[in-house]
Design a protein around this ligand. Structure first.
Ligand SMILES: CC(C)(COP(=O)(O)OP(=O)(O)OC[C@H]1O[C@@H](n2cnc3c(N)ncnc32)[C@H](O)[C@@H]1OP(=O)(O)O)[C@@H](O)C(=O)NCCC(=O)NCCS
Length: 145
């Protein structure tokens, strides 16, 4: 499974996947483009025959990163793509001198929480009614050694 960095041409497909994966709070193309072009963001993806199957992205400032996007297209889940995307993102974060990465995850999202725990993230605290539908978020953090 070979990953690569996003290009501007990928944004339409990623926006479509966002809609599929996040019914309540998907990023639209404009939000994706704003981050992508900010100079403080990198994204990686996996594709099969030109079709993007998984993607993720980190925004950062100085030595602190935030995992802002990660998803696998529904029919490709549980085959290792989420692991690969997160490993590639964390490797790139270290190359860029990022010392810690934070993220927010829904309290109900057990698959994502398991993925993050597996990669060394630990829960910090809860943000009450963080999401547009009032669900709480758990804030998690990974520190690089
Ligand atoms: C979370 C998500 C990205 C995982 O992607 P994936 O390609 O299925 O992940 P992988 O197959 O690489 O699995 C990696 C690990 O995630 C965890 N995991 C994934 N799906 C799981 C499930 N249904 N139940 C429990 N753990 C799960 C496991 O720890 C798994 O490791 P294992 O295979 O050794 O058990 C995927 O479920 C997804 O896109 N969800 C919708 C979008 C989303 O919620 N993104 C996170 C927002 S915070």
């Amino acid at each position: 499974m070979n990953g690569r960095f996003w290009t501007i041409e990928d944004l339409d497909q990623i926006a479509a996947l966002e809609k599929e994966c996040f019914p309540v709070d998907a990023w639209n193309r404009r939000m994706l483009a704003d981050s992508f072009l900010s100079g403080n963001f990198f994204g990686v993806l996996l594709e099969e025959d030109g079709v993007i199957t998984a993607y993720g992205g980190i925004s950062y400032f100085e030595d602190e990163g935030e995992l802002v996007l990660i998803a696998t297209s529904e029919m490709y889940r549980r085959c290792g793509r989420g692991n690969k995307i997160l490993s590639d993102l964390l490797e790139e974060a270290q190359k860029r001198g990022i010392g810690r990465v934070l993220l927010e995850v829904r309290v109900s999202n057990a698959p994502a929480q398991m993925l993050y725990l597996k990669h060394g993230f630990r829960g910090l605290y809860c943000r009450t009614r963080y999401y547009p539908d009032d669900e709480d978020a758990i804030v998690m953090k990974k520190e690089f050694d």
